[in-house]
Design a protein around this ligand. Structure first.
Ligand code: 5GP
Length: 114
């Protein structure tokens, strides 16, 4: 798979504000936050889009969801809540072709999303 900004961050070639690091994933602060708290949970495995996830990835996807909830809790978002978002391909607004789960919180989210 082609290099992306996230593969470079995972390789330590580009710095990032890391809030979680384990054998399966990292979580970093988004460089252009869309909410008071905006984190990205990024698997080490380079899956291009959530549409490319395979049945053998379900445990990883579950782990990423748990890490998202854990880092949200650590940011103090647990009681008021937050939003988790997977953007997928063009219509979903995905810019980086390496899956990442957005954790957005610290303000009231709108519905429907833009
Ligand atoms: P997407 O649009 O693909 O769902 O989300 C990509 C996210 O990555 C965007 O929210 C964007 O601000 C963030 N981003 C892009 N480049 C960098 C970077 O170099 N560092 C960090 N921390 N976030 C980035």
């Amino acid at each position: 798979m082609a290099e992306t900004i996230f593969s470079k961050i995972l390789a330590g070639e580009i710095p990032a504000d890391k809030v979680w690091d384990d054998p399966h994933c990292i979580a970093i602060r988004d460089i252009s936050p869309q909410a008071p708290v905006h984190l990205l949970v990024i698997p080490r495995k380079p899956i291009e889009t959530i549409d490319d996830a395979a049945p053998q990835d379900t445990a990883l996807l579950g782990h990423l969801t748990w890490v998202a909830a854990e880092v949200a809790r650590r940011e103090g978002l647990g009681s008021n809540g937050y939003r988790l978002v997977w953007n997928c391909r063009d219509d979903g607004g995905q810019e980086v072709p390496h899956i990442h789960l957005h954790v957005l919180g610290g303000r009231r989210m709108k519905w429907p999303p833009g």
